[in-house]
Design a protein around this ligand. Structure first.
Ligand SMILES: Cc1cc2nc3c(=O)[nH]c(=O)nc-3n(C[C@H](O)[C@H](O)[C@H](O)COP(=O)(O)OP(=O)(O)OC[C@H]3O[C@@H](n4cnc5c(N)ncnc54)[C@H](O)[C@@H]3O)c2cc1C
Length: 417
């Protein structure tokens, strides 16, 4: 790297995180090449729920999640799927994860999320004001629909725990009829709910495509079909990213933003934290009438989002290898969990069935910042929340690369922790 700021940065991974980082680097006048083994939004950034919901953006390790994990062994319809013993790396991850599922650890991690949740949507405003041509819609209000009082009490208890740590939440309660007036396809099973204010949503494939187009229009290169096998740190002259076939890209610095595949490339640069694929499934249906706002079903852990002419349904947390084949049983689990909550949906006419990997860390915090090389930065491990936190991550990382000064928020996300 020459001087304090690199002139040209290569970003590995054209997902929400990598492309946001590239866009914000361009804001500082830094040239970018984004490479992806497939292309933009080939990973988790495609089929996710697209919810920009700071009210729900919380650390994954919490005491309640452990109960789900235990249930997963006993109940095939559980929204969490844990494989049988055998995968030592996974069990190491789950052990570390379980040790973080204490109320005290959750409160400390939640305090960090409170800091980011206050500013995460501002980074979206920056992208849109700067010309990223895709809508960021207000979910006014965002709805959580429950089958009854018990489910709602559970969600409200979560909100109260978050508020006790300083989370800013604005919500009120609604009954089944009000829920149906806002989302007419909710069935009579939806008996109580919560209206949450100040939340937004995007169409993920549309937004990522617009982001890639904006990066290109501003002079960056987005190169598909380039799978980085290794990042060579050459010292002062910079880095070279090479494929297995021997193709190479030179740059002054590299940002590793390759989602659930992060570990293999980042390990040589001192990153020891495991990034475990937490696979989720989604598909789309065409209900009559088409909802105009997202709905979250907290008891089933299912999020639904209207994307123009289709309604995307997402769910499951399956701990398997990122590149393993999709398991059709998981889609059936999502269908059977969602079905009673809606009317007017032809569940047999599903389209766009998809599996993708949330890049999960055991402590629930992303890995964003410097590695043990001044020329290699890390941007990953956002788990459940890489869409809402992607632009903020890009802004912070670009500031640290361009200015030398590390933004205070990044102190929580040290990739070498
Ligand atoms: C079902 C589901 C629902 C979700 N809902 C939400 C939500 O509502 N809101 C939210 O904020 N988050 C949500 N998430 C999480 C979110 O999708 C992820 O956190 C986020 O997309 C991660 O983005 P990323 O850019 O880090 O990784 P990815 O989008 O996975 O991008 C990584 C990219 O790196 C590429 N790559 C990998 N290895 C290499 C290599 N060696 N060389 C070159 N390229 C490589 C891949 O092809 C991929 O395109 C959800 C996830 C799932 C699965």
């Amino acid at each position: 790297m020459h001087g304090s700021a690199p002139a040209h940065v290569a970003v590995v991974g054209a997902g929400m995180v990598g492309l946001s980082t590239a866009w914000f680097l361009q804001e500082h006048g830094i040239g970018v090449t984004v490479v992806d083994r497939t292309g933009p939004a080939a990973g988790a950034s495609w089929g996710n729920a697209g919810l920009l919901t700071p009210a729900f953006t919380m650390p994954l390790p919490e005491p309640g999640v452990l109960r789900y994990g235990v249930r997963a062994f006993l109940d095939r319809s559980s929204p969490v799927s844990v494989p049988l013993p055998g995968d030592r790396r996974l069990w190491r991850f789950l052990g570390a994860f379980a040790s973080r599922c204490t109320p005290g650890r959750w409160r400390r991690a939640m305090a960090v999320f409170n800091e980011v949740n206050r500013v995460s949507l501002d980074a979206y405003d920056r992208l849109v004001d700067g010309g990223v041509a895709a809508p960021v819609k207000k979910a006014e209000p965002f709805l959580a629909a429950c089958t009854g009082e018990a489910g709602r009490r559970h969600l409200l208890a979560e909100f109260e725990r978050a508020a006790a740590t300083g989370a800013r939440l604005s919500y009120d309660l609604v009954d089944g009829d009000e829920l149906r007036s806002l989302v007419p396809i909710l069935s009579a099973e939806a008996r109580s709910g919560v209206r949450v204010h100040g939340q937004r949503f995007v169409d993920p494939p549309e937004f990522v495509a617009a982001l890639a187009a904006a990066v290109t229009a501003r002079g960056g290169e987005v190169r598909s079909g380039f799978e980085v096998a290794r990042v060579h740190d050459r010292g002062a002259p910079g880095v070279v990213l090479t494929t297995r076939e021997g193709d190479g890209i030179e740059a002054d610095a590299a940002v590793l933003a390759n989602g659930a595949w992060l570990n293999a490339l980042a390990r040589p640069f001192g990153v020891r934290r495991l990034v475990q694929p937490g696979r989720g499934y989604s598909f789309s249906v065409r209900p009559e009438p088409m909802p105009t706002r997202p709905v979250y079903l907290p008891e089933q852990r299912i999020s639904c989002n209207p994307l123009g002419d289709r309604f995307r349904v997402t769910g499951m947390m399956e701990f398997r290898a990122a590149d393993a084949a999709p398991d059709p049983r998981r889609v059936r689990t999502v269908v059977e969990s969602a079905r009673p909550m809606f009317t007017g949906v032809d569940w047999g006419a599903r389209r766009e069935e998809w599996v993708g990997s949330r890049p999960c860390t055991a402590d629930g915090l992303p890995l964003v910042g410097a590695s043990n090389s001044p020329r290699v930065r890390i941007a990953g491990g956002h788990g459940m929340w890489g869409v809402v936190l992607g632009p903020l991550t890009g802004r912070l990382l670009a500031e640290s690369l361009a200015g030398g000064e590390t933004p205070a928020l990044l102190r929580h996300f040290d990739p070498l922790r």
